[in-house]
Design a protein around this ligand. Structure first.
Ligand SMILES: Cc1cc2nc3c(=O)[nH]c(=O)nc-3n(C[C@H](O)[C@H](O)[C@H](O)COP(=O)(O)OP(=O)(O)OC[C@H]3O[C@@H](n4cnc5c(N)ncnc54)[C@H](O)[C@@H]3O)c2cc1C
Length: 259
């Protein structure tokens, strides 16, 4: 008799678990309490507007990147147009504008132009981004800890070793704390908002820029947007999955902070 798996929740994790269950010969049933699948990763239409409640960036949209294999297996990336962003976002107070370039060299030059007196701090930050461009984030998720054997742990340890110092240094420092070290009043405020919330660890922002930078390098042709099926309301049959082939993108997000 075919083995069966019952999955509670039809978010991305539940849907992916269902796909992998089928690929491994199981019969899978997903129970979703909402009337739509997708969970937090969802979009909806209202009065002619499409609201995307979730995806801003997607790890693993670049061919050759470790997470890409996962999306490929799930059938999420085939035939999708991807857009690479060279800027993460822009923050302005009306007088100054911080352009958060994904390329650490470009970001360093730009930040130093805004505030030459903060150059040592800026270099530390950009060097952190450079370090994380070599960091394989998927190593943290590749295999459940409970299933790892001694060889897996050894491989994991070897991969993590070079990053122990940067992870300890930047993983425990919040964007707000780091921002407070700047002398330039605009950067002092803007840096705290750079990765959405002040409590976010600096390492999170560094890793994000590093990932976005590696997929915009010529070696890969990848993108960071609109990977998951769009959903739109069909008047006759309710909600249907719809793949977006049309690129809808903005160069970067912008945020205004009060002068
Ligand atoms: C505003 C926002 C922006 C985001 N932006 C990004 C982004 O840019 N990039 C990125 O990678 N991630 C982003 N995320 C995070 C990402 O959306 C989530 O990590 C991911 O969707 C979580 O998927 P999940 O399946 O683990 O959980 P969920 O999406 O929470 O799915 C859980 C599902 O289980 C169902 N459920 C719960 N309890 C029961 C029950 N008892 N019975 C039946 N069904 C049940 C729920 O209805 C839901 O559908 C964002 C999240 C938010 C909210």
């Amino acid at each position: 008799m075919q083995k069966q798996i019952l999955i509670i929740g039809g978010g991305v994790a539940g849907l992916a678990a269902g796909c992998y269950a089928l690929m491994n010969g199981y019969r899978a049933t997903i129970f979703e309490m909402h009337n739509l699948p997708g969970g937090l990763c969802t979009a909806w239409e209202r009065k002619g507007y499409l609201f995307d409640g979730c995806i801003h960036y997607l790890f693993g949209s670049g061919e050759g990147q470790p997470f890409y294999d996962l999306w490929l297996e799930l059938g999420a990336v085939q035939g999708r147009l991807m857009i690479n962003h060279t800027e993460y976002q822009r923050i302005t107070d009306g007088e100054h504008t911080l352009i958060v370039y994904c390329n650490p060299d470009q970001l360093q030059d730009h930040l130093c132009q805004i505030s030459p007196q903060d150059a040592p701090l800026i270099k530390q930050f950009c060097e952190g981004v450079r370090q994380f461009t070599r960091f394989d984030l998927s190593a943290l998720y590749r295999k459940p800890r409970q299933l790892m054997n001694a060889a897996d742990w050894r491989e994991f340890g070897m991969k993590m070793m070079p990053y122990l110092i940067p992870m300890t240094r930047w993983g425990t420092l919040s964007a707000g704390e780091f921002a407070a070290r700047f002398q330039h009043p605009f950067l002092k405020r803007a840096f705290a908002h750079m990765f959405s919330w002040e409590e976010a660890p600096v390492m999170m922002g560094m890793a994000l820029l590093a990932y976005m930078h590696t997929i915009t390098t010529p070696a890969s042709r990848a993108v960071v947007h609109w990977l998951l099926p769009r959903r739109s309301k069909d008047a006759s049959s309710g909600w249907v999955a719809k793949s977006s082939t049309k690129p809808r993108w903005k160069k970067s997000w912008s945020k205004t902070i009060k002068p």
